[in-house]
Design a protein around this ligand. Structure first.
Ligand code: 13P
Length: 255
């Protein structure tokens, strides 16, 4: 275990789930985020944009960070339906997920789009959670490492550092499927990401960048996944919608 090992982050991505009543889930998360857990792991929740303002207000004092799930590259303008990083920050977010595979797939986002969004996040003072990950076909063709490294090089802006960048490795085939890579496969990809980060943020800062694993993380597999070298937390989808499950995953850090 490296002495530089950064403070882990467990972030919940609620995706297109959550109404005002979901504030209850957030309140349960606050209640379970005890000083003991706080000492070991940072928590963030990325609700749908409609709830960011309310969630941020509720989270004042709780130390649960709030994040957006996407942002536009521009600060403002005629982009109907879009949200800028500045708007997310203004609503109380401190993180924003960019380049999630669902954005890459359904909105045809390319690495250069993701990079522009990460630049926008930094401009607005947000930490960008940049997502990368291979498809099943790419893994079966032995291309997982090459795909992830290429996505990383194309998606991480040059102004990135360990404060404004988090990388999330989310194999597309593991998202919402109940399937997870083996610990050895996760270790291999995360090591490759760490190597690539040396070139992207510099040798001194690379060990401090948090690299999250995402894809079917549950309380039952969290301890094994979080123990893998170079895994500094999790990006959690489905299980983050249930406070007990989300807290159960974070609880992997209680040892
Ligand atoms: P699941 O945890 O539901 O597999 O989703 C992972 C994910 O996409 C988080 O961003």
């Amino acid at each position: 275990m490296s002495v530089d090992r950064p403070r882990p982050l467990v972030a919940g991505n609620w995706k297109m789930n959550g109404l005002r009543a979901s504030a209850r889930v957030l309140e349960e998360i606050h209640a379970g985020y005890t000083p003991g857990l706080r000492a070991k792991v940072e928590l963030a929740v990325c609700p749908p944009a409609t709830l960011i303002g309310h969630a941020a207000q509720l989270s004042v004092g709780s130390r649960v960070a709030i994040g957006g799930q996407d942002c536009h590259a521009k600060e403002s303008g005629a982009f109907t339906g879009d949200l800028s990083a500045e708007m997310l920050a203004d609503a109380g977010a401190t993180y924003v997920i960019v380049g999630h595979s669902e954005r890459r797939q359904y909105h045809k986002e390319k690495d250069q789009d993701v990079c522009a969004k990460a630049v926008a996040a930094h401009r607005a003072g947000l930490t960008a959670i940049v997502c990368v990950g291979e498809t099943r076909e790419e893994r079966e063709a032995g291309k997982a490492l090459a795909v992830v490294k290429k996505q990383l090089r194309g998606s991480v802006p040059v102004d990135s550092n360990s404060h404004n960048l988090v990388v999330a490795y989310e194999p597309v085939w593991a998202i919402g499927t109940g399937l997870t890579p083996t610990a050895a496969d996760v270790a291999e990809v995360h090591a490759a990401i760490r190597e690539e980060l040396k070139r992207l943020v510099g040798k001194a800062d690379a060990p401090k960048v948090r690299i999250l694993y995402g894809g079917s993380v549950k309380p039952t597999n969290a301890a094994e996944l979080m123990a893998v070298e170079n895994v500094n937390g999790a990006l959690v989808g489905g299980a983050s919608l249930v406070a007990a499950d989300f807290l159960g995953i974070a609880g992997a850090y209680l040892g």
